[in-house]
Design a binder for this molecule. Structure first.
Ligand code: HEC
Ligand code: HEC
Length: 249
């Protein structure tokens, strides 16, 4: 579903060639937001570095989405707005097979992804902001403009859990690294706005010692937290994102 507009644009602008475009083509002038102050996608012209990042992201987009929004309900994690230092760390760790990820492994091999490209694509992805509510459309916005803008809206649905308890445990055990509002810190990842199913899968991997969290093996902080508390934390994290959306109104 996410690739539909890319394909559409590809068909429109690649002269209906059969091969899908390697990267998303530039938007036609008509689909660009007018430079009004409240235009949701109004941005300064992209730098050369940003263009390079977008180009590298072309292969990542097949799984993680054109805007790094992730997909398939968390099978592919969101990368947009994630901390750059963390993205770099993880890409190097996939490449070195320290973090095992079969779907991604070929894309991270030295020939495919040298350090320089890891830098560039990580900065590019970290710089993408995904709104948590639909923009206010103008009557003059056409269907394509609306479709493209809606593609970016990223809302993680609420999940079951005791939010009050989740808050208590999170603000005691997790905030020091992941930040008071779950947006991460330094190389510690942002957890807010990430798919719950993906986070859950990672916690399971940490608990089994398949992926090191704060400690090698199974002696880290997550191994000391009750299963119910983890669920409550995940529920709490989805409310932080809503709080942000409400503030933006
Ligand atoms: C064939 C599909 C596929 C492609 C292409 C792909 N990825 Fe991934 N990626 C995945 C999957 C699946 C995961 C989640 C692995 C897991 O569950 O541990 C992932 C995880 C990640 C993570 C870890 C996110 C986190 O929160 O820890 C990063 C960073 C990442 N990918 C970056 C990239 C970049 C950059 C590219 C392009 C150079 C790329 N990926 C290409 C499938 C893909
Ligand atoms: C001492 C610092 C520290 C504390 C405290 C901490 N974490 Fe983490 N967390 C990390 C680091 C470092 C990573 C990245 C690990 C890696 O490289 O794979 C991480 C990653 C994660 C991830 C995976 C994110 C992703 O995108 O893949 C989840 C989920 C997570 N932490 C949950 C928690 C929860 C829940 C708590 C509180 C119970 C917590 N963490 C407390 C350091 C910490």
């Amino acid at each position: 579903m996410r690739v539909l507009p890319i394909l559409l644009l590809g068909l429109l602008f690649a002269g209906a060639q059969a091969a899908p475009p390697k990267q998303a083509p530039a938007r036609p002038a008509s689909a660009r937001q007018p430079p009004a102050a409240e235009a949701p996608t109004a941005a300064p012209a992209p730098s050369a570095e940003e263009e390079k990042g977008r180009e590298i992201n072309g292969v990542c987009a097949a799984c993680h989405g054109e805007f790094g929004q992730g997909g398939k309900r968390g099978e592919y994690p969101r990368l947009a707005g994630q901390r750059a230092a963390y993205l770099k760390d993880q890409l190097k760790s996939f490449r070195a097979r320290k973090r095992i990820n079969l779907p991604m492994y070929p894309y991270t091999q030295e020939r495919e992804l040298p350090d320089e490209d890891i830098e560039t694509v990580s900065e590019f992805l970290a710089g993408i902001q995904l709104p948590t509510r639909p923009p206010d459309f103008k009557d003059t916005d056409d269907a394509l403009t609306r479709l493209l803008a809606m593609e970016r809206v990223m809302i993680i649905p609420r999940v079951e859990g005791d939010v009050e308890n989740g808050k208590k445990v999170y603000q005691k055990e997790c905030f020091s690294c992941h930040g008071r509002t779950g947006r991460g810190r330094g190389k510690f990842p942002m957890l807010v706005g990430q798919y719950t199913s993906y986070l859950k899968k990672q916690v399971d991997a940490y608990l089994k010692g398949e992926r090191p969290h704060d400690d090698e093996g199974t002696t880290g902080i997550l191994n000391r937290i009750a299963e119910k508390d983890i669920q409550d934390i995940l529920a709490y994290l989805t409310t932080l994102q809503e709080a942000e959306a409400a503030e933006a109104k």
